[in-house]
Design a protein around this ligand. Structure first.
Ligand SMILES: *Cc1c(COP(=O)(O)O)cnc(C)c1O
Length: 497
């Protein structure tokens, strides 16, 4: 709560200003036609020499006939119909959508960045060195001993981590362990991972302060515990202060401690999961380092483990194999008890190249600075908004409550103020949750603009909220029908009509 907002007017004005600043012209309901629907012309093809069977060839094809500016305008217009990381702030809590420097894209676009993965080891030493150094960077950042780069997302990393844990227990003759404990505030992928890994899920309630309830944990732990999955700071942005005690309790019953790395942004350069007692973790490199991952990827979810678990990591990994002449050389190898290969070749390679470039450019100081600013920005923004933030002190993200308002409607309405809304309705311990993560890259002016949008929406009535958004190209989308009855080609759509 700020003094200013107490009487309502100044913050409403700020909101109006934000809305005005953002005003963009969108013709009502006018979608940009596809290129295929624009001016078309028939182009003849000489198919006579084609080796293909006749029924697979054609003599003519219809192509759009457009000038260069028409083409440029088409794509520019499409880019303006959507809200992206380059349009404005994107405070999607837990997902960490931040602007990432464009130089990482330049690095990934270098011709040498992507060599054919089937080339001989001797001819891709640079690629192997990059992998080796990235494994090492990530291990040092997480306090882990060994890293695999293969998993293509955080969720895939969780699955690999849990399979590695299972292989470890089995190797030790402990395959009776059939339970994975997960706090109820955890991300849905944790539950799905444990279930897909063949485990019973034991759900752990939070204490009154939003953290792991130690008594409940004591009761849940047993000789059947395979692992406890935690993220720290947790999904409320709260640091698990008892983490070393928690680690001890889990280890005492022979279980493993899994770290969900989605919240690593808060710890970068300051604290390491390995030092807290975690045995295995994934890194959502598309959340913490570079590559904004909106729209379904691609991302990458490397997995780090302590020494005891290293022999079970996916194959192949990279190691330094001594030197040839004055040069260090690198080779692929299969860990001794590997769970096998989990992705073609080395995972989502160019995402890993961007991760490497980002870490190398920022260095120790830059990464430490990023976590400081992520935490500062979250705390500043939380202090500026009228919505209640029930749990504190939080770190790089906070969960506000929309109170009597419907959080999903609040989110739709924020779009009208030219900002992207936070994650909504999760975690469920906060009613009508607005889970907000401004990230380290936003300026004070942008945070103020975000706060103005929050506060303007906080004062609006249900009717206004339910009618929102009214300034976006697409309004309320029927998501259920879109998912159940997808129309995947414009032609099918045209034929339907
Ligand atoms: C995003 C997220 C995941 C899943 O990671 P993906 O990279 O999206 O597959 C898991 N846990 C938490 C807390 C997350 O925020």
């Amino acid at each position: 709560m700020t003094d200013e907002s107490a009487d309502g007017n100044p913050s409403q004005e700020r909101g109006e200003q934000a809305r005005y600043d953002q005003a963009r012209y969108v013709d009502d309901g006018q979608y940009e036609p596809l290129l295929a629907e624009k001016d078309r012309t028939e182009v003849e093809i000489d198919a006579d020499d084609s080796p293909l069977p006749d029924d697979l060839t054609r003599d003519a094809i219809e192509l759009p006939e457009l000038s260069e500016p028409e083409l440029a305008r088409h794509y520019t217009r499409l880019s303006q119909m959507i809200y992206g990381i380059d349009s404005g702030p994107y405070p999607l809590g837990s997902c960490t959508m931040k602007y990432n420097p464009k130089f990482t894209e330049d690095v990934a676009a270098l011709p040498d960045a992507a060599v054919h993965p089937d080339r001989s080891e001797g001819s891709i030493q640079g690629t192997l060195e990059l992998m080796y150094r990235l494994q090492d960077y990530l291990a040092r950042i997480g306090g882990m001993d060994a890293v695999t780069l293969q998993p293509p997302a955080g969720a895939a990393g969780e699955f690999v981590g849990i399979r590695v844990a299972a292989a470890y227990h089995e190797h030790n003759g402990e395959d009776h362990r059939d339970e994975v404990i997960i706090p109820e505030s955890a991300h849905g992928t944790n539950f799905a991972t444990a279930a897909l890994g063949g485990y019973e899920v034991v759900s752990l309630p939070s204490d009154d302060e939003g953290r792991v309830d130690l008594e409940a944990l004591e009761a849940a732990l047993s000789e059947n515990t395979a692992a406890l999955m935690l993220t720290n700071p947790n999904t409320l942005g709260l640091f698990e202060r008892d983490i070393t005690e928690i680690a001890e309790m889990v280890h005492d019953v022979g279980g493993l401690l899994y770290y969900d790395g989605a919240n690593l942004n808060a710890l970068l350069g300051r604290a390491r999961p390995g030092d807290m007692g975690f045995d295995v973790m994934h890194y959502n490199v598309h959340k913490t380092f570079a590559t904004p991952h909106g729209g379904g990827g691609p991302g990458a979810g490397p997995v780090g483990v302590v020494d005891d678990l290293a022999p079970f990591l996916p194959a192949p990994r990279v190691r330094a194999d001594g030197s040839s002449g004055s040069e260090q050389t690198y080779e692929l190898f299969d860990p001794e008890h590997t769970i096998g290969q989990v992705h073609g070749y080395q995972g989502n390679w160019l995402v890993l190249v961007k991760t490497f470039a980002y870490i190398a450019r920022l260095g120790d100081e830059g990464l430490t600075d990023a976590s400081a600013k992520a935490v500062l920005n979250a705390n500043y923004l939380a202090s500026q908004i009228d919505y209640d933030v029930p749990y504190e002190p939080f770190h790089h993200e906070f969960v506000a409550s929309a109170g009597e308002q419907d959080a999903a409607d609040v989110a739709k309405r924020m779009l009208d103020y030219g900002v992207h809304p936070p994650t909504t309705k999760w975690p469920e311990i906060v009613p009508e949750a607005l889970m907000t993560e401004p990230t380290e890259v936003e300026s004070k002016a942008t945070l103020d603009r975000l706060a103005a949008a929050f506060d303007a929406v906080a004062e609006e009535d249900d009717e206004t909220l339910a009618a929102a958004p009214d300034r976006t190209t697409a309004r309320r989308i029927d998501q259920t029908s879109a998912a159940r009855n997808p129309r995947l080609s414009w032609q099918a759509l045209a034929d339907d009509e």
